[in-house]
Design a protein around this ligand. Sequence first.
Ligand code: AMP
Length: 504
Amino acid sequence: MTDETTTDAPQVAFKDLNLSPKVLKAVEATGYTTPTPIQAGAIGPALEGRDVLGIAQTGTGKTAAFTLPMITMLSKGRARARMPRSLVLAPTRELAAQVAENFDQYAEGSKLTKALLIGGVSFKEQDQLIDRGVDVLIATPGRLLDHFERGKLLLTGVQVMVVDEADRMLDMGFIPDIERIFELTPFTRQTLFFSATMAPEIERITNKFLSNPVKIEVARQNTTSETITQVLVQHSARRRDVAFKDKRAILRSLIDRDGEDCRNGIIFCNRKVDVDVVAKSLKGHGYNASPIHGDLDQSVRMRTLDGFRDGSVRFLVASDVAARGLDIPNVSHVFNFDVPSHAEDYVHRIGRTGRAGKTGVAYTIAVPADDKYVDAIEALIGQPIPRGENPWDGAKGKPEAAPEPSDDAAPEEGKRSRSRTRSRRKKDDDAPKADVDAPAEAQDAPVEAKAEEPQREEPREERSRRSRGGRGRSGGGGGDRVMGLGDHVPDFIGMSFDERREAS
Ligand code: AMP
């Protein structure tokens, strides 16, 4: 593979990039004045028909880096029924929907047709769109293959294929799907491939499927932005089994202490069951908070995100999978309710704030068992996370000023009586067990154990893939893939089935 590496992109203007006049007009309408480095580096070669390997994260403008040349290239020619002319693969529904929105914005006036194939939406409507013929198909890998296997889609007309957030695909176990999709498209296609990191597995598939790509690497954001004030709030619970409750009190104290400066925030939990509990607890205390994770209905997730974007939801309580890569401008605060067990997730999480030159605050609540994760994060970002004061009274061993309302804050009567009974039984943990799908022992488990033992479920997805003729490589079941991954154990190993299938 011959690479050309561009680290310092030349200063060019959009008009110098050979984009079509319609696309230039759409760009102008967005108000962007200068291409970002990934755009400056990728658009020209993409328009020349070259394969592109972009090493860039969300927030670098990479969506426009592939959408703008695609729209320009596709303006000539027409789509045939069931044979899309281009394909964009994204790891999650939200990211796919975000790409689709970008297309709509930039393709205005270009008369291109597009279809968004994501899970949680009926096949029928998607089938109808494909039947009519689409220029651009934007999809999550699982749903795309479902359509293919139902015989509704041919990928032999794909001229341009984009793989977005490939490292996330790897974490979610989608690489075999991606390989299969590559193999279903013509080898003459042009490939635009984006990944924040070049893990060995990513390197392998780029070597296999990209042809003499132009490689553009933009400065990694591992170095956390200087516009973000990072604070680590440490807490030693007086008893391990109350750590979860204490952390909820600390979270509220941090929010209260920052007052109006805390305009809005994303609160990250490591497990989706805790996302629900924390959101519910915050609501019970009168905070405007909504959960977002893979078990929620797609329409609910979209509504919640829209609410967060338009300010009607102040706090988004989120899992990494649900929030990864989302472009949500103007977030003042990020709270790591749990220290992420993958150091890179820390960078992604706190990168939700302090965007586009704005300032932001990122709090991380840590208990002693998180020490090894904090060490890993500090090693990755190359600096210590400044320690800050724990603002919660109870942290100093004083009794809590006011008792935390338990499920009593929830409106339904049934929950009240349940909660009261439980609070008599186990005073220190008011987590609404009856409303979440975690086993009781997971709720009561000390927080230390939670971080180390993500929920595991039987990988049903693998079974269903095999039974459907398999999306993996020949004969490769899930077990084979895991063994073959060497040191890289992707996140999906620890994810539940639903989290892994969140994308499709
Ligand atoms: P992305 O990395 O594609 O998620 O884009 C991150 C954000 O940058 C989005 O809000 C885009 O609207 C914005 N953006 C993309 N290109 C430009 C540009 N050339 N100038 C300013 N903002 C941009």
